[in-house]
Write a protein that binds this ligand. Structure first.
Ligand code: HEC
Length: 164
């Protein structure tokens, strides 16, 4: 995560700082006592977010998601076409866990980002067993999911061809 510092220009006018030529910042990082309950800093990434790469997201989907999910039919996991913007637990006739069924969440890109980073933290008790640790991977996957809905709506679900 990039961190930016700003030095107050008034420092140059402060006579007490005349002999200051270098400012050193030092940090101490501590190991979290309870990493899984750590505060979600995803919102900080949103500010530096570049648009996801749907084509790369499609490759990740094929590798990491397609064993359980498909766009247009339920498998081990629910069908995902149209999931962006959909309320959690609403794929027709998919037998969700009670936890997801009862969750009051709409799958915005931000909610999907938090979900993919740690499903069990967003909806404790969910049956989705995997997570996507890298922010860039999540971004690309979400771009792909959004794109999939468009392709699906156009009536060519079998030709899920994300743009390059
Ligand atoms: C091993 C199987 C498995 C894999 C792999 C998997 N999922 Fe899931 N996923 C599930 C299950 C099962 C659920 C339903 C969870 C529940 O009901 O508790 C689910 C639910 C979801 C939901 C919520 C859908 C809804 O209608 O509310 C999303 C979004 C999702 N998965 C995305 C993904 C993405 C993206 C990937 C790939 C990075 C992925 N999943 C990989 C099994 C999987």
């Amino acid at each position: 995560m990039p961190v930016q510092f700003f030095v107050d220009p008034k420092l140059a006018d402060d006579r007490n700082s005349d002999d200051v030529t270098t400012i050193t910042l030092s940090y101490t990082f501590f190991r979290s006592l309870n990493p899984s309950q750590g505060k979600d800093l995803g919102r900080l990434e949103v500010a530096s977010r570049t648009p996801g790469d749907a084509a790369r997201g499609g490759q990740l989907f094929a590798k990491d998601c397609a064993s359980c999910h498909s766009p247009d039919h339920n498998g081990v996991g629910p069908m995902l076409s149209g999931v962006v913007g959909r309320h959690a637990g609403r794929a027709p006739s998919y037998p969700y866990s009670d936890a997801v069924h009862a969750a009051n969440i709409t799958w915005t890109p931000g909610a999907l980002d938090r979900w993919l980073a740690n499903p069990g933290l967003v909806i404790p008790g969910t049956r989705m067993p995997i997570s996507v640790p890298l922010a860039q991977d999540r971004r690309d996957l979400i771009a792909f999911l959004a794109h999939m809905a468009v392709v699906h709506a156009a009536g060519t679900p079998q030709a899920v061809q994300p743009r390059g």
